[in-house]
Design a protein around this ligand. Structure first.
Ligand code: NAP
Length: 293
């Protein structure tokens, strides 16, 4: 029997990492190695090299990142270390071993002044530290791994970890009314759909067949956070009143792009990835969350 290809998932306790863990039982022809920050900190180049010297990896999927957007404004060094320098170390070690490398970036690499979904070829111009650190990370990954696949995604939620959907469900249970911004537009992304898309690519491409590049992946449809909150309320059948407010009435340390729709044609065409419509995926996630209550 042939050896099963090995998939290393870093940052495996985050939203996306947990979705890969959840998918493991559907991909028994692969051997998964899941490592959380405690087991492998990608910020430590010696630890990264030691890991790769003692494991054979066919696909490395980097789910580790510094994701607290507002905190990044005052924690610049940590944001750049986790999102830029560290992915560079991992990409280098993966490349040395000939492992395929998947890395995730963000819609926040764009300035948000656009009005049409951003394609991969448009110039980046982040408006906050998180976006800058992620853009720097993309460059380090490209520099260190000639065949890296960088997938920019947006507004990620899951039944795991902390996210907008879980926060809204909690607030809508606790409060009679809440206010949500209606002047930032983008696409929610169910982390499970993203993990499934990566597994589709893995299943259909050996490491040598991977088509490197930058790709956009987000669920289909562009909405505001207010629309997103209304849909959460409707699907969960909650009575809380949701009021639309402008971003100016909800100041945050980090500036957000006002429009960050992503054009996903490239990943759909090159990798034949099917991307579900945002509300169908939201429904699926909320049903799982309600079952867990
Ligand atoms: N969340 C979003 O809305 C969003 C939007 C666009 C793009 N993305 C990108 O999508 C990817 C997945 O995001 P996510 O939502 O799954 O993030 P997440 O839930 O915050 O998970 C990130 C994980 O990385 C771990 N981590 C941080 N630093 C690490 C290090 N030095 N070594 C190893 N692990 C480390 C974290 O561990 P600790 O908890 O211990 O720190 C956490 O478990 C990231 O690249 C992110 O930038 C996310």
């Amino acid at each position: 029997m042939n050896k099963r290809p090995v998939i290393l998932v870093t940052g495996a306790n985050g939203q996306l990492g947990m979705e890969f863990r959840d998918l493991e039982s559907s991909f028994l022809n692969y051997q998964f190695i899941f490592v959380s920050r405690n087991e492998l900190s990608i910020e430590d180049p010696e630890q990264v090299d030691r890991f790769f010297n003692s494991h054979v990896v066919d696909y490395c999927i980097n789910c580790a990142a510094y994701t607290t957007v507002d905190k990044a404004e005052s924690d610049i060094e940590a944001a750049f270390s986790g999102n830029a320098t560290a992915p560079g170390y991992l990409a280098k070690a993966a490349a040395k071993q000939g492992a395929a490398f998947f890395h995730f970036s963000t819609d926040y690499v764009f300035n948000g002044n656009g009005t049409q979904p951003y394609s991969e070829t448009l110039p980046t111009d982040p408006v906050n530290v998180y976006g800058e650190s992620k853009r720097d990370g993309e460059e380090r990954v490209r520099d260190n791994h000639p065949k890296a696949v960088i997938i920019r995604t947006s507004w990620v939620y899951s039944r795991f970890g902390k996210n907008f959907v879980k926060t809204m469900l909690r607030l809508m249970h606790e409060k009679p009314e809440i206010s949500v911004v209606n002047d930032q537009l983008g696409s929610p992304t169910y982390a499970r759909d993203l993990a499934a898309a990566v597994m589709h690519i893995v299943q259909t491409h050996t490491p040598a067949q991977i088509i490197p590049g930058t790709y956009h992946f987000a669920n289909q449809g562009i909405i505001s956070w207010y629309d997103f909150a209304l849909a959460i309320k409707e699907i969960a059948g909650l009575g809380c009143r949701v009021n639309p407010v402008p971003s100016s009435s909800y100041p945050t340390p980090a500036k957000r792009p006002s429009y960050s729709g992503l054009n996903t044609n490239k990943i759909r065409e090159i990798y034949q990835v099917e991307i579900p419509e945002w509300k169908n995926s939201l429904r699926e996630c909320i049903q799982l969350l309600l079952k867990e209550r």
